[in-house]
Ligand binder design. Sequence first.
Ligand SMILES: [Zn+2]
Length: 84
Amino acid sequence: MDSVGEISDDLPLPPYVTKEDVVFALRAVVVHAAEQRPDGERCRKDEAPHPCRLHRWGRRVLKLRGLTDGEVQTLIAGGTVALR
Ligand SMILES: [Zn+2]
């Protein structure tokens, strides 16, 4: 297996996710969106295989904050979600 070390490669999560973190995370998820390429999905920002490091970080921060995948999709689409 060559997936060893993948976890340590991840960006550290904030100990407490503030609303500012949510904004940053959401921006990371949106900017680092998937783009369909002949060889599969890649990040349209940094060309890394999707989901790239920043996209994963953003998703994890949003999850840590308690947002569901559906709520994240709503935010990405420009909708509003009440932050707990
Ligand atoms: Zn990226």
